[in-house]
Design a protein around this ligand. Sequence first.
Ligand code: GDP
Ligand code: ZN
Length: 359
Amino acid sequence: MDLRDYGWNEELSAQFEAYAQRGLVPARVVKQSRDLSTLVTPLGELPGKVSGKFRHETAEQADFPVVGDWVTIEPAGDNLALIHAVLPRRSAFTRKAAGETVEAQVAAANVDTVFLVSGLDGDFNLRRIERYLTTAWTSAAEPIIVLNKADLCPDLQNVLTAVEGVAPGVPVVAVSALSEDGLKDLEPFIVPRKTVALLGSSGVGKSTLINRLLGEERLPTAPMSDAAEGRGRHTTTARELVLLPGGALLIDTPGMRELQLWADEEGLDRTFDDIEKLGARCRFPDCRHDREPGCAVRAAVTAGALDPRRLESYVKLRRELSFMELKKDVKKRRQQEKAAGRRFASMVKEIKKHKPRYQ
Ligand code: GDP
Ligand code: ZN
């Protein structure tokens, strides 16, 4: 197996050097289920597990291997590979794990290009596109906006203009996965040895699109009625990272398809670059563009240069983001308290051990 077909390159080679000296071998995770990874390695495809040391020393769930990760392995006999380390991720799609506090869960790593798929039917929503863009910029993958079901859209030109308005500088491609119209326009973004992934709500046509890219009906697609009711299906492919016929790589894991917003300040600023630029001219540097005097952002809305719905969407996402940050802080504090508790317990143990000396 030639790992270059899976995206191995000079940069990874350089990162791997230190491990190569220890006799380890590189591999890419093509599937992940609970404790077991499926890996492509120079020795062929192997099941893999993280080493005991890795498990012991890795506190954050987000640091465990996921689909798309490059890892260093030691062939451990019995047709099993031991994973020793995860190489630094070029990009990562992260989502919130369920629960009261916010824990990062990585859905997929090392995605080069992400197709943000919307359907040009009842589902269409500019605000949702802004959300997905924020998640995409945060991940560090390059976003492409894909407007599917173009066959159902009577005024495509207007829609394209509106989408380009909320996504300055981002390529927008209208396609019909059903009639295959426009699929050619996606080709420049489906490059050999580069990894693409799709993100979008249920029913927008991701499975249909993936089947087109694969050139075969590998994924079951939803009957119209199910899609209309937003009923989810659990589609599972044989592999979650697959080689496409043209040599590009596609990641399609159930966890990747619909992420809850996971974003950082930078991702938000990039999505709302226009508002950021305007905001620099507000009288107060910490202007919330609400009621403050001298607000350049609200002035732009009054002048008709900025859509008030876009401003509203920005304010809403910003609020969600600070709420998330707050919860992250709570989690960090709890972890620190736990660590302090552990240190205290071991101190007590230590004292008890030595007690006889002082008696
Ligand atoms: P997913 O949930 O995003 O994977 O969506 P599916 O691929 O299952 O598609 C949902 C529904 O939309 C199915 O009934 C598809 O046949 C339909 N669909 C997908 N692409 C198109 C398209 O380009 N045009 C139209 N009219 N319907 C489509
Ligand atoms: Zn302002």
